[in-house]
Write a protein that binds this ligand. Structure first.
Ligand SMILES: NC(=O)c1ccc[n+]([C@@H]2O[C@H](COP(=O)([O-])OP(=O)(O)OC[C@H]3O[C@@H](n4cnc5c(N)ncnc54)[C@H](OP(=O)(O)O)[C@@H]3O)[C@@H](O)[C@H]2O)c1
Length: 338
């Protein structure tokens, strides 16, 4: 089978097309013929070798994809040949809180990922996808959408009428917008681009703030919430945005700590957190139970991932450059069948 592989070293220049033997399923395993994948910011970091020492070469990158079960091994009961499935970001987190070794079972590093014609997976590590989602749409979900779901629903428990702030218009952000709107919330979104803010409003955002023009954007969030602050902030910027988020959230509100786009080490105004009883909730993608609940909600509410562009499998390097340039709005996908 054809794969994209980092064979001996990290770096975009070392990501090459290669051949590997077709996998065969053992007991409890399935082989999935991949049809599509999508890129997350994390994939870029992994490819560049910036995701820590536990991720080693040789490696097939990308956590997120979708395909069709092509073969099953003895004892497989959760899926059958012909089922459309997504491989789960965390192969070893069925439900509840994350197990201690959860990161060891992550696709796209340290485990081989979705940039392959076929994937060999445990039956516990896949979830069936509804017919309402295309292959490319389903491929957008395992990391970015589940992270947004965990923030807004599983941990955030957002109810109608609450106000949610979402930072930027990347993959996680747009899912957070869509899921928060489906939950009945009012959404304030930030972006570096007025054009992207208009697109976010077309998707349902109630207020847009250009964070380049308005660096003290928490002031506008306060204005928009009668001086109270937002119930929930989806924190994606990291170092440069966390203190604005602390100012933007209401007393007793929650910051879902997800992203580190501007840096992973932050100075934090501790008194503002503790005196106002702000809850800072770490989020790491989510469990299989969360993923299945999210798929049911997306099917029922007709939520469709926003796809920026789809590149053929052989043009994956162009897709990565496109994401790195930051002009995308929504998910950048790979079509394994093109
Ligand atoms: N904890 C988890 O489980 C988890 C899961 C998924 C992702 N993440 C993290 O979440 C972050 C976003 O991931 P992604 O895949 O959604 O990325 P992405 O699709 O590449 O999103 C990039 C977008 O983020 C916005 N952005 C960049 N710098 C910003 C800043 N300083 N303040 C506000 N917005 C900023 C920009 O939006 P505009 O162009 O509109 O300005 C940019 O287009 C990354 O740090 C990623 O590692 C964490």
């Amino acid at each position: 089978m054809k794969v994209w592989e980092l064979k001996e070293a990290f770096g975009l220049d070392n990501l090459k097309l290669a051949q590997r033997a077709d996998p065969r399923p053992g007991p409890g395993q399935v082989v999935v013929a991949m049809r599509a994948a999508s890129i997350n910011f994390r994939d870029l970091v992994v490819i560049k070798g910036g995701y820590g020492r536990n991720i080693k070469t040789p490696l097939i990158p990308f956590s997120d994809g979708a395909g069709v079960v092509e073969a099953v091994g003895p004892g497989v009961t959760r899926v059958a040949v012909g089922d459309r499935v997504c491989p789960l970001f965390f192969q070893g987190w069925p439900a509840g809180d994350p197990p201690p070794d959860v990161a060891a079972g992550t696709l796209g590093g340290p485990l081989d990922g979705a940039l392959a014609e076929k994937m060999l997976l445990d039956q516990q590590g896949v979830a069936k996808v509804p017919d309402s989602l295309s292959d490319a749409e389903a491929a957008c979900l395992p990391c970015a959408a589940l992270t947004a779901w965990s923030a807004i629903v599983t941990k955030g428990c957002i109810v109608p009428g609450q106000t949610v702030v979402v930072q930027g218009t990347g993959g996680v952000a747009l899912f957070a917008l869509q899921i928060a709107k489906a939950a009945g919330a009012r959404v304030i979104i930030t972006s570096s681009s007025d054009e992207k803010l208009e697109k976010a409003k077309a998707l349902g955002a109630d207020v847009g703030i250009n964070y380049r023009q308005e660096q003290d954007w928490s002031r506008i969030v306060k204005e928009q919430t009668h001086g109270v602050g937002a119930d929930h902030v989806v924190e994606l910027g990291g170092a440069d945005t966390l203190n604005q988020s602390v100012r933007a959230v209401r007393g007793g509100g929650t910051i879902s700590l997800i992203g580190v786009l501007s840096g992973a080490m932050a100075e934090l105004n501790l008194p503002l957190v503790l005196t106002r009883n702000v809850r800072i909730q770490g989020i790491t993608v989510g469990s299989r139970a969360g993923f299945e609940a999210m798929l049911a909600a997306m099917d029922l509410h007709g939520i469709k991932p926003v796809i920026d562009s789809v590149f053929p499998f052989d043009r994956t390097l162009e897709a990565l450059s496109h994401l790195a340039a930051g002009a995308h709005f929504g998910k950048v996908c790979i079509d394994h069948t093109a």
